[in-house]
Design a binder for this molecule. Sequence first.
Ligand code: PAN
Ligand code: ZN
Length: 195
Amino acid sequence: MESGKKTHDLPTSVQLDLQTGVFEPCAMHVTRKVSDLSMMFYDTESVEKLVKKGDPVVYDIRHQNFITRNSDMALGVTVVQPGKVGDEYHMTKGHFHEREDRPEIYFCVQGEGYLLMETNNGDFKVEFWRPGTITHIPGNYAHRVVNTGDKPLYFFASFNVSAGHLYKPVIENGFSKIVVEREGETVIIANPRRK
Ligand code: PAN
Ligand code: ZN
């Protein structure tokens, strides 16, 4: 997720629109649609149907790096749209950091859902998220955000660019649990892809 080689040795600000989660100036904006997460949702038939029906947006990410001569802080704001693929709620891809000594702070600004976290030894943790929930994610936990509400969920992230993003283990195995709607209830169940 490299962006912006320019150094920021002097203090720098961006301005966040608290309603929408859009901030400016912003060096990098990426939109992820259902097709970009085709390896993530367990119900591959529903993925195919949705992609044919217009490939809806699942989330937008805006990143800004603040590279100085001796530091590499970054901020990211992610807006996850409400919706489901089959019965599985919209979510971020999720990733490990390449470096275990690079943790991250996530701050839920709007919406509600869950933050799923898991180590490569299978230690699984989940936090219920509502506006104002701030979570410290240790550097060895993969992290994924799930929007279970009927409005956009957006969160602020602060991390070091040198953390690196490792998607492969999540693409191959998923998280051990997924968040779905069953009989009108939101439930966290074992990931059927792992059986
Ligand atoms: C976040 C994420 C962002 C998008 O900034 O990169 O929410 O999620 P995925 O990267 O899993 O698609 C972060 O955790 N940075 O380290
Ligand atoms: Zn991260």
